[in-house]
Design a protein around this ligand. Structure first.
Ligand code: FES
Length: 363
């Protein structure tokens, strides 16, 4: 019993000291103005010490991806800190590979600015902007997926590459937070962005977006993402999506056929049953205009008695069955981790180099 009391007392002491440390750091310690050097002098800033690196950058309109409101749980806010970030914290290590740790990658939301600090940020991220927009379309696609189109306010334009995403600002009990959604509208449409949003039970972003009405105002940042489409029209493009992973594929496919009407491209889409099918008719119409565009939908659990004469089973099976050998290809995959892993194995077996397989895993 004494042993138990001792553990409880020690635990209480640790918690009290931690709280005191946080409170005293917030109200008593003054780090003054610190220099924030980005890309060796490209964007020198002066910021109030004591904030996190993520907050300091955001205050200067540099928008680093973040999907957890800076809680250290999403792992999206990675940047390279070459000097001045203090030691790596236990909250960061689960999100960083050994290689990233060796290369000074840090979570911007966990690094406190307590001294002059030197960071490296890719130019793409420095070009990310914040937009205000208005809902122009909110359309039900399936029982849990809505297509939402946002018209950017004023004369502002967005320059996005096929496969990139935006971060929507959504209200939450802890204040505004950001959630990531792939852009499904093609890159030649520069005055709007469209998304395909699955409603997740209790999901902050999806609940907010599903409840929006035409005319509502929405703030977002973007574009983000590292998908880069091969510009050589002889390279065949393979798109594989599961669930809402169809959104970036729609962007890629329409952007391709706007530029290269004869380019070869395969779109594979995996879902459970017929009630999860969406956008098939539109892709079939596109395939009539572009004979080198091939659309394959596969159902993993078709409902009993369902009218379906397409592929069945997990989507990596038709990928394996239909793609022949000896073709130069690039692939884009988006969907659940198990699907991505299975499709990646198939594509690597067919000779696509791993650095030509871009993917985005989400549940
Ligand atoms: S913002 Fe989510 S881990 Fe940093």
């Amino acid at each position: 019993m004494d042993y138990l009391y001792a553990i409880l007392a020690f635990g209480g002491l640790v918690v009290t000291l931690s709280v005191l440390l946080i409170v005293s750091e917030k109200f008593l310690v003054n780090y003054g103005i610190c220099k924030l050097d980005i890309n060796a002098g490209e964007r020198p800033l002066e910021v109030e010490g004591g904030q996190t690196l993520l907050e300091s950058l955001y205050a200067n309109k540099i928008f680093i991806p973040s999907a957890c409101g800076g809680k250290g749980t999403c792992g999206h806010c990675k940047i390279v800190v070459t000097e001045g970030g203090g030691p790596l914290l236990p909250t960061e290590t689960p999100h960083l590979s050994r290689k990233e740790q060796r290369n000074n990658v840090r979570l911007a939301c966990q690094v406190k600015v307590r001294e002059d600090i030197f960071v490296r940020i890719p130019t793409d991220l420095l070009n990310v902007k914040m937009y205000t927009s208005t809902v122009s379309i909110s359309e039900t696609m399936t029982y849990d997926i809505k297509l939402i189109r946002l018209k950017i306010n004023g004369d502002e334009k967005i320059s996005q590459r096929p496969g990139q995403y935006i971060q929507i600002e959504a209200p939450s009990p802890d204040g505004p937070t950001f959630r990531a959604y792939s852009i499904s509208s093609p890159s030649y449409e520069d005055d709007c962005v469209e998304m395909m949003v699955r409603l997740l039970p209790g999901g902050i972003g999806s609940t907010y977006l599903h409840n929006l009405e035409i005319g509502d105002e929405v703030t977002f940042t973007g574009p983000f993402g590292e998908f880069i489409l091969n510009e050589d029209p002889e390279t065949e493009i393979i798109c594989v999506g599961g669930g809402c992973g169809l959104a970036p594929m729609k962007n890629i496919v329409y952007s391709i056929y706007d530029k290269w009407p004869d380019r070869s491209c395969w779109l594979f889409f995996g879902c459970r049953g017929t009630s999860d099918i969406f956008y098939l008719k539109e892709f079939e119409e596109l395939a009539k205009k572009h004979p080198n565009f091939h659309v394959v939908y596969a159902l993993s659990e078709p409902e009993e008695g369902a009218v379906w004469d397409g592929e069945t089973g997990f989507v990596h099976l038709p990928v394996d069955k239909m793609l022949g050998p000896d073709v130069t290809r690039q692939a884009f995959l988006c969907g659940p981790p198990l699907m991505i892993d299975a499709v990646t194995r198939v594509l690597e077996d067919k000779g696509i180099p791993s650095d030509e397989i871009f993917y985005d895993k989400f549940d």
